[in-house]
Structures are given as C-alpha cells and as structure tokens.
Design a protein. Structure first.
Length: 290
C-alpha cells in the first residue's frame, strides 16, 4: 500500500471513529435539581424560531410540576416561522389560563414572532432599550432563473395545479403567484393583529399605526400598552413569585439541558436555519425581524 493511501485510510478511520463517538456520546450541562419547596421555572427562548417541538415539550414537562408555582419566560429572539411561533404562544397561554402565572421577560430582542409568543404571558416586562414590535409577516426565497440561463441550465416541472410550484427558484414569479402569496401574507398578518388586540390593552386605531413592521423600543412598547412595565429578568422572577404566592426569596428551577450528540448538532434547527433549509419546504412564511 502506498504511503498516501495509508494516510488516506487513517484519516477515514479517524473520521468514522469520531462520528461513532459523537453519535452515541452526549455532553450534558448541569441541572438544577429539585430540593423541596415552591419554585419559579425560568425557561429561555433564544435565537430564530424554526421549530416548536422541543421547546413546548420542555416547557410542558417542567411547568406542570406541582412545586412550580409560576413561570418566567425569557425571550431573546427576532422571531421566525409562523406556525412554530403560534404553537409556542398557545402553550404559554394554556399554562396561563390554567391558573399558573407566566411572566415574560424581554431580552435584547423580542420582536415579530418573539413578541407574538410574549402575548401569551400574564405580564410582559421589558428593558427600555429592548428591540421589539416588528408586527408583520414576510416570505422570501431565492430566484436562480437568470443565473441558470447564463450557465445554460433549465428545469422542467410537471404540476397538478396552477400554484403547485409557486416559489420555484427555477422560474420568475408570475403576477398570479405574487397575488396569491400576498393573500396568504395578509391572512397571517391579520392573525397576528387580532392576537395583539385580544391579549393587550391597546385600541385598534393605535395598533394600526404601529403594526406596520416597524421596530419599537421597550419603553415605547410600555407607553403603547404592548408591554406592562419596564423591568429586568430579576424583576420578572420576583413578580412571578409574587403572582404565584411564593413568599421570601424565590427558588429558581432551570430546566435540565438536553444531552447533545453529534447527530443532534448535525440535525439541529439552528444549523438548518443557518443553511436556509426549511423543514416545511423551500418557501417559509415568517414572523421575523429583518
């Protein structure tokens, strides 16, 4: 065997071994164990929202414990997928409506889908400089038609209906496509608008003026009624404890972090988002700050 072949073989063996170790070995962070007494659950939502499954599962697992008397949801997110944002909002609202207070603490950014989720809370606290608002919907996708023409590449599509390949990057969008997308965007926007009206003490005329996609500061959101008051995460924890009937300094429960394997990292929503890969398909409607 040539030396170069041996080196190549060794490299392959090492890569396979590392993959095997990564797939079956997890790295775990510390967990806040239950040591008795009433507690406030502190759960964090960070980054772009691409999926709701794992977050809702973790939230439900911990929020429904008998010794958890209140929840603090710390949000630092520009928003993300419409469906995922709505699912998390509904779960937060369900916990609240079942009698367990949920206090939302806005971090540096709590905009668009992040703000949609915040609407499910019993109270919303924000920092003066938090970037929030951005109430609106967008959909975007690449179009490679001109590039494909230059390099001599074409694509054929056989479809069952006029709109089946709407958003196909291999062709230009038609006027009918654009109108169809706009109708969907308008309906999703209306859902967002109505959720704000239902959950926040703001009149429709005032909301129409600011629900045009513009960003707001945390201070402005309080003045408009989109948030309840200014406050830090520690303020939110104390408020949650008070609402949950916990006396003295509240004990904090932080969810156990999932053991991550190499396969988890490869298949993670964050990685998929960074590569612009959508589980729902090539076109994705978003409540997202841009």
């Amino acid at each position: 065997m040539k030396k170069s072949d041996r080196i190549f073989t060794i490299i392959i063996v090492v890569i396979v071994a590392l993959l095997f170790i990564g797939l079956f070995t997890g790295v775990s962070d510390s967990d806040s164990k239950y040591k008795g007494g009433d507690q406030v659950l502190l759960i964090k939502l960070r980054g772009a929202i691409t999926s709701s499954d794992n977050f809702v599962k973790k939230l439900t697992k911990y929020a429904e414990k008998d010794h958890v008397k209140a929840v603090v949801l710390r949000i630092d997110s520009p928003g993300g997928a419409v469906g995922a944002s709505q699912e998390i909002f509904r779960e937060i609202k369900r916990i609240r409506d079942n009698g367990k207070p949920v206090v939302v603490s806005m971090g540096s950014t709590c905009a668009s889908g992040g703000y949609y989720i915040a609407l499910g809370g019993s109270k919303i606290l924000t920092n003066p400089g938090t970037v929030t608002g951005s109430i609106g919907v967008l959909v975007n996708f690449p179009v490679f038609k001109d590039l494909m023409d230059k390099v001599g590449i074409s694509s054929n599509t056989i479809k069952s209906g006029q709109y089946k390949d709407t958003g196909n990057p291999g062709r230009q969008m038609t006027k009918a496509d654009s109108l169809r997308f706009q109708k969907v965007v308008d309906k999703l926007y209306q859902q967002f608008f109505e959720a704000v009206l239902q959950e926040r003490p703001i009149d429709e005329s005032t909301l129409k003026k600011v629900a045009d996609g513009r960003i707001l500061t945390g201070k402005e959101s309080v003045e408009l009624g989109l948030a309840d008051s200014l406050g830090t995460m520690q303020d939110a924890i104390q408020l949650a404890a008070d609402l949950g009937g916990i006396s003295g300094e509240p004990r904090i429960l932080r969810p156990q972090k999932k053991e991550l394997t190499l396969l988890d990292l490869i298949m993670s929503d964050g990685l998929r988002e960074s590569l612009s890969i959508s589980k729902e398909g090539r076109v994705q409607f978003k409540y997202l700050l841009k």
